[in-house]
Design a protein around this ligand. Structure first.
Ligand SMILES: NC(=O)c1ccc[n+]([C@@H]2O[C@H](COP(=O)([O-])OP(=O)(O)OC[C@H]3O[C@@H](n4cnc5c(N)ncnc54)[C@H](O)[C@@H]3O)[C@@H](O)[C@H]2O)c1
Length: 341
């Protein structure tokens, strides 16, 4: 069987996970890597065995032998690239958030529909065994009706101050909140009808990066369920993990608690500090790349190879963007925002 040929646009920190996944998926070939930074494109291409590298995504669109592309450029730089790649007939896996406005999401979805290509948004927590299990238990009715959800996904200041060169063009709401919103909606099986949000800034600005410190958001669902979503970029760098993820689901009959960050599965008491190894996302185990972050990319690859529809659609990505926009508006105005769809 001829392999399907995949390309990557945006070979930064997270693009590398896509490169790892394509290069280790049977039936897939990582054929081309694109990054504005030619050195980085070359490094990722050679590390994961891609046949070539380029610095202009238009060359990926023009490459007739590429079947599908991952877009892992910064949050604000997904839309134009995704639209043009879809027009060029490439199946698309776009990193979250799909785009930072509903209009841009609509453009991507319309271009994909017009070309008949697959479009998936990489909400990889849906492949996390912990959330998959919570989803299964909810669907099996073990919790009764979901009533109250708490979802905290935060980072240490390392992320906005040192890791992301483009933090000021995104925010913790777009970078982490997009995952959190997708999760509470996927778990409840509903889209919220109203949001209330509070955001504060100042601490990160004093440290030189002008972005909000946190968003505290309340999402009201049509069934009466309510989710409280907390995202901050303020955790101290002495924390044992760069991220903190906690989730509690209170149902009418039972509750579930999830902690995928400080679960102490692997706790390392180093010479100077305590840290937790990240063993769920994308670890190598006996020479095999495993982990939920890799599995979501493999899912997309297999959908292209087997001509199946991905589990996450562009429309779902657009709803998450719609909710994030409503949260921003509520935080700006101090008023609840009704979500029209
Ligand atoms: N870092 C994470 O933990 C993480 C996790 C999940 C999802 N994501 C998402 O993945 C995306 C990328 O994030 P990242 O952390 O890898 O950022 P990054 O800054 O490490 O990488 C982005 C890369 O895109 C390249 N780039 C920018 N504009 C480009 C263009 N027009 N054409 C080609 N290349 C271009 C940059 O040179 C850079 O190498 C974001 O949407 C982010 O929200 C990141």
């Amino acid at each position: 069987m001829t392999k399907k040929r995949f390309a990557l646009v945006g070979a930064g920190l997270f693009g590398e996970v896509h490169a790892k996944a394509y290069s280790t998926t049977p039936g897939a070939e990582l054929a081309l890597v694109c990054d504005l930074n030619g050195e980085r494109a070359k490094e990722v291409a050679s590390q994961y065995g891609a046949g070539g590298f380029v610095t202009d995504w238009r060359e990926v669109a023009a490459a007739g032998d590429i079947d599908a592309v991952s877009v892992a450029t910064p949050d604000f730089a997904h839309a134009q690239i995704a639209v043009e790649l879809a027009k060029a007939g490439k199946h698309l896996l776009v990193e979250k958030p799909l785009a930072m406005s509903v209009e841009e999401c609509d453009q991507i979805i319309a271009a994909a529909e017009a070309s008949g290509v697959k479009l998936m948004v990489d909400f990889h927590n849906r492949w996390s065994p912990a959330f998959h299990e919570a989803h299964r238990l909810l669907r099996a009715g073990e919790l009764g009706r979901p009533r109250l959800l708490y979802f905290r996904l935060s980072n240490t200041t390392y992320v906005p101050l040192e890791m992301l060169s483009w933090a000021e063009r995104s925010s913790v709401l777009w970078f982490l909140g997009a995952h959190a919103i997708d999760m509470v909606c996927w778990l409840t099986g509903e889209w919220p009808q109203r949001v209330y949000a509070v955001s504060r800034g100042g601490v990160l600005k004093e440290k030189g990066v002008d972005v909000p410190d946190f968003f505290q958001s309340t999402l009201e669902f049509p069934s009466g369920a309510v989710a409280s979503v907390e995202n901050c970029w303020l955790l101290p760098q002495s924390a044992p993990s760069v991220f903190d993820l906690k989730c509690e689901i209170v149902g009418s009959e039972a509750t579930i608690n999830i902690d995928t960050s400080s679960n102490r599965t692997v706790e390392i008491a180093g010479k100077e500090s305590l840290r937790y190894a990240e063993v769920l996302g994308a670890p190598w185990v006996h020479g095999r790349q495993v982990g939920f972050m890799v599995e979501s990319v493999r899912h997309f690859a297999n959908c292209v190879i087997e001509d199946r529809e991905p589990l996450i659609s562009g429309e779902q990505g657009r709803e998450v963007t719609r909710i994030a926009c409503a949260i921003e508006r509520s935080a700006e105005t101090g008023q609840p925002v009704e979500i029209e769809r």
